[in-house]
Design a protein around this ligand. Structure first.
Ligand code: UDP
Length: 330
């Protein structure tokens, strides 16, 4: 079976490509390399460099390969940037996937796994968050993902395109081989920034607010290992095809850790001091985000293999130590 992975040179995409190959799938990758890394793509998977909105580029890929299913990670994903540049996010994140869906329809490709986000919920109505909770995004990034979820629903109604939507909480960690990991520019995520501080590449980690209504005053998030996320994509794809039925799942560990707890755990894992400084709150940060992943556990038998924060940080630390400059390193 041949799977097209869009955004396969990105953080979660590249880990999913590796898992797919390990499980015997034929994989082809499409990536614009705007934020992805060529070196992150497993050599066994051919890489086509281009944008999903480029109709003739997609036509070329679909006409060359007999594609059975698509996994779509291709999107901009910086929440802060989405607030200041909403057009960029709506154009790329919605336009790209819409163009992909039209091409899938032309070539009669009926199955897609779509990379969505906890940001579709906005300020949660309850903890843990259920898939049936209200979705009121508080930024254009979450809104762009929610729009695509709605488009998927209507493509299913109209043409029978079946989808699995996966709403991720906080992806973290790196592949066990230490060969691929997280490398964003600019980096904005908590764990890589903490580990860059441990490596001496930053002076301190700024903690964005310690006056939230949580036990230690810092925000609580649900961290999930990128390999566990990758496995969930494969399970979701298989089940969607087997049952010919669309679905939406949360993906998290179901456990929350505060920013201070993450810093403390990173100190333990790395044995480094990791100076921290309290800074003002970051706009738009909800105080607590924890997933209920009961639905995917029950329906797909998905089980996170990295279920402690310590293991997740340790795998990220391995990657950062080996690649202090990310994919720039030889
Ligand atoms: N955070 C922080 N300092 C940083 C980066 C992030 O205190 O330099 C906090 C952020 O406010 C949030 C949590 O860490 O509460 C996780 O942030 P991240 O950007 O990693 O993921 P998000 O939850 O925004 O998807």
């Amino acid at each position: 079976m041949k799977v097209l992975v869009c955004g396969g040179a990105g953080y979660i995409g590249s880990h999913t490509v590796k898992e797919l190959l390990e499980q015997g799938y034929d994989v082809i990758v499409v990536d614009s390399l705007e934020t992805g890394h060529k070196k992150a793509v497993d050599e066994r998977a051919p890489l086509y460099v281009g944008n999903l909105s480029d109709e003739s580029f997609l036509e070329d890929v679909f006409s060359k390969h007999s594609i059975d299913a698509v996994i779509d990670f291709a999107a901009y994903s910086l929440v802060g940037e989405s607030v200041t540049e909403p057009a960029k996010y709506f154009e790329n994140n919605i336009g790209g996937t819409l163009s992909l869906l039209k091409k899938m329809r032309k070539y009669n490709v009926k199955y897609i796994v779509f990379s969505s986000t906890a940001a579709t919920y906005g300020e949660p109505e309850g903890i843990p968050i259920l898939e049936s909770d209200k979705t009121v995004p508080t930024n254009p990034y979450g809104e762009s993902k929610l729009c695509v979820e709605k488009i998927l629903h209507w493509f299913d109604e109209a043409y029978g395109t079946k989808y699995a939507v996966l709403r991720y909480f906080n992806a973290a960690g790196a592949h066990k081989s230490g060969t691929i990991g997280e490398d964003h520019f600019p980096e904005s995520h908590l764990i890589p920034i903490i580990l860059q501080t441990a490596l001496g590449k930053r002076e301190f980690i700024g903690i964005f607010g310690d006056d939230y209504a949580t036990e230690d005053g810092t925000c609580i998030r649900d961290y999930i290992h990128v390999t566990d996320l990758a496995q969930a994509h494969i399970l979701a794809l298989e089940k969607t095809m087997e049952e010919n039925k669309s679905r939406t799942y949360n993906l998290g560990n179901g456990k929350g850790f505060s920013v201070k707890e993450v810093v403390e755990m990173a100190r333990k894992v790395t044995g480094k001091e990791i100076p921290a400084k309290i800074e003002p709150r970051r706009a738009g940060d909800p105080s607590v985000l924890i997933a209920s992943s009961e639905k995917i556990i029950k329906e797909l038998g998905w089980e996170p293999k990295y279920n402690t924060l310590e293991e997740i940080i340790a795998s990220a630390w391995q990657w950062h130590q080996k690649h202090p400059n990310g994919y720039e390193d030889k």
